[in-house]
Design a protein around this ligand. Sequence first.
Ligand code: IVH
Length: 677
Amino acid sequence: MPEITAQRYTWLKKQISLHDRHYYLQDDPLITDAQYDGLYRELISIEKEYPHWITPDSPSQKVSGYANQVFSAVEHGSPMLSLNNALSEEELVSFDRRCREGLGIEQIEYACELKFDGLAISLLYEKGILVRAATRGDGSVGENVTDNIRTIQQIPQRLQGTQTPERIEIRGEVFMSHEDFRLLNEQQKSLGAKEFANPRNAAAGSLRQLDPQITARRALSFFSYGIGELEPTGWLPTGHSELLDRYVTMGLPVCQDRVLARGFKELMVFFQSIKDRRDNLPFDIDGVVYKINAYALQNQLGYISRAPRFAIAHKFPPQEAMTRVMAIEVQVGRTGAITPVARLEPVFVGGVTLTNATLHNEDEINRKDVRVGDMVIVRRAGDVIPEVVRVILERREASSEIFQMPTNCPICQSQIERTLGETIARCTGGLFCPAQKMQAITHFAHRRAMNIDGLGEKLVAQLIEANLIYHPADLYRLGLNALVTLDRMDSKDKKLASNLLQAIENSKKTTLARLIFALGIRHVGETTAKDLAKYFGSIQAFIQAQEDDLLRVNDVGPVVTKSIQKFLAQAHNLEVIEQLIACGINPQEKASSEQVVTELFNKSFVLTGTLPTLSRDSAKALLEEAGAKVVGSVSKKTDFLLAGSDAGSKLEKAQELGIPVMTEQELLSILQRASVR
Ligand code: IVH
């Protein structure tokens, strides 16, 4: 048994050193923080059982981290240590117990802070002036990054106030906010440079730039949380919280999310409140830190190997985990949006077992170059949909192949289209695609579309579930006997079912504009549908529309034209329309050429006040029939204001802008003249 354990121990030491190199020197970790912590904990538990095996090169004997050869070395006056972790409530309870027993007191006051996910930095101020900045390095020797640190605006070159000590070493964390991380990666992308895996790596990479001008361009932030060298030592206040208060008066950035807590229960309250807010913070944290507040008590407890006994990091459950991509499939959303999804080897992360993670869209897959068989880091944070963050390229198999987006919808086989300039690819199946039918049919029945009273989302879902309808035309073939079998219908009282059938029947007497709107063509809203109806006059003319025709329609540009053409190019969609016609839905409208009143055509009207004879709605209808548009508010683009009595601010505004005001009488006589002609 010890033989196997010894082998494991040697393996762990090597692995941890390997991952330290990747994390600290290359800013390109191969495993998640949680996996690293797991390896480290296993190492410690073996060392507890076999203390005589411990060698000086064990990662437990040194603070992990590396001093890069390129920057000059800085020897820390006192070592920059790390913190032990508590991963559960039980581990926190035993930390508090150890502290109380060690000090022989009942209750301890702790300073609670956030655990920032960046990199530790030491700032040395002499006579209030920043003279040197260094990374943690291996804890004893760090890298001199003074020039780079000077480019961080939040870090003062000179401390404020007259109470500054002769020599003080401020310790804290340099990090990058989410927003700055996003901007940096966007910039890297546009330059064709490698994007950073996470804000921590981005901060580390930016700080280790040899050219301080590059660091200056990358927005870094800083929070102070500790102290190193100090002269005179008498300057030190009695507790940690007081020290941070003093830092604030000296112009140093200190995070405001900190409290003093007494006893274990209050620590848990702080932990929970920060955990709840974690996803809304503008930067990454991986837990909270508790430090015994009184320095006298801290000193009594002291240190054990590489960490203090008086402080602990209470970590959140990891949001990232590593797993394998078993397959990449595409999902079809309710609007036809195609989303590629990675099917994963099940992995436990953020409190649940994940089997799928989104890959967002084609550009994202290409950018991350995710392939079937890859080992990937997946992330599940808060309410955000779990996603594939990055690929571990070192573990890619040589035989892997670049993923190709399918050209046809996996559900209905219609073509998948991606319009130039759009990130989302869509299934062109429209009315026919089963993945889209629920939304398509609900939209079809909507009050402002075919206006089928009583046919909402829930009932549509039931009809689809019971295989009674596949597309909108099926609604017109529904019979009473089939309907009463549904859960929501009462088989004895057939009233609900017959009401629905009546509503469906009534919807046949609709307008062409409503029918066109009901088809759910992308970019064809109510107004465009009205314009199309006015222009084409019948559904038969509409489905034969050519590009030139469409472009001639009021307010229809190239985007709408393309979308209509795509819709009409799908045989399935035409089939549904033909079935609708066969069911007796065939509204006609006078085509616009016969109807247009030249003085009013394409003119923009605003209505205000009370008209002598016409209601607002009928005035609007008359204007629209004549080819005018009616809009809600007066602007420079308004052609006429149709005003009645008691007109208010709209009239004033129209007068201000010099827009002609028309009365009902004038409008009626224009219409009269047009009809006589
Ligand atoms: S105190 C002796 N306070 O966590 C303890 N560290 O594993 C010195 N960190 O190297 C650290 N937030 O980079 C302290 N509020 C905080 C912190 C914090 C983040 C980092 C720091 C340190 C590591 C310890």
